[in-house]
Write a protein that binds this ligand. Structure first.
Ligand code: PAF
Length: 283
């Protein structure tokens, strides 16, 4: 049977485990997650194992990045099966704090990211989101003190925000962005895919198909806004309520009007039934 990773729930136990790694001269990679682990998370663990001697996976459904009307209450919580999956791939440590450990009584400090966090993409539809993410990720970084932090590119704006935050706060670690892991039909893996009905699941790959088609046409020199308008129509016809389909500068997330102002990243967010999906692709 695979060796279960050590699971710690307190800062003291976490610090003790990290101190032992450091004493042995080991480097550390952190994979921050909210649990409900899928193959995308496991790919981040494997990528961490290639860079560092030890991999720590944090599992914490962070209340401060959910608005009151969002799915914090129903977000899948599957610690037992998550730990079993991490045992299979030999992750070293699971950091699973409670909300009271992460945000003790009297907690009064927040990180307020700007720049890419105010690009008018996710922030426009989830205004509380990046403040919550930046605050908890800053805490995870100072708690675990990793050499590397592994993030999926699926949450592309989050990756840009966290990379900038680590730089701005002089945090001594490298943020590594890894390619999105997809189903056979192209749908990006997400813990929220479990919410999709069979019918919605059938419609879901229209997002990645539209991204691919738009990227090909923009690369071929077609006018960006025209391509995006047609893509928006396709997504809406497939029963989605579209939040955005945008072409942005891949690093700053500023708007781009022409191919030569790139590198360009296409980003999409749309809701089908009760499930909100996001995806993105390089042009
Ligand atoms: O991407 C996620 O799962 C979360 O936003 C993160 C980075 C773990 C912060 O709660």
């Amino acid at each position: 049977m695979a060796k279960r990773p050590t699971v710690v729930h307190t800062i003291t136990a976490l610090r003790r485990a990290i101190a032992a790694y450091r004493k042995a001269g080991d480097t550390v990679a952190l994979v921050p997650t909210m649990g409900a682990l899928h193959r995308g998370h496991l790919a981040l663990v494997r990528a961490g194992q290639q860079r560092a001697d030890r991999v720590v996976v944090s599992i914490f459904v962070n209340p401060t990045q959910f608005a009151p009307h969002e799915d914090f209450g129903s977000y899948p919580r599957t610690l037992k099966s998550d730990v079993a999956a991490l045992a299979d791939i030999k992750a070293d440590l699971v950091w699973a704090p409670s909300a009271a450990v992460m945000y003790p009584q009297g907690f009064a400090t927040r990180v307020a990211p700007e720049g890419a966090a105010l690009a008018g993409l996710e922030d426009k539809f989830r205004p509380h989101f990046f403040g919550g993410v930046a605050t908890v990720v800053a805490k995870l970084f100072t708690q675990v003190t990793p050499d590397y932090a592994m993030f999926g590119q699926k949450d592309y704006q989050q990756l840009r925000v966290v990379t900038q935050m680590a730089r701005d706060l002089d945090l001594p670690l490298k943020v590594v962005g890894m390619p999105t892991v997809r189903e056979k039909d192209g749908l990006a893996l997400s813990s929220r895919n479990v919410y999709l009905s069979e019918l919605e699941r059938g419609h879901a790959p229209v997002l990645v198909r539209t991204l691919k088609d738009s990227a090909t046409r923009i690369k071929a020199g077609e006018p960006i806004e025209m391509v995006l308008e047609e893509g928006r129509a396709k997504i809406t016809q497939a029963e989605f309520a579209l939040d955005y389909l945008e072409a942005r500068h891949a690093l700053t997330l500023a708007t781009v009007a022409a191919l030569k102002s790139g590198p360009i990243r296409l980003l999409v967010a749309a809701k089908i039934g009760k499930t909100r999906l996001i995806d993105n692709l390089a042009v």
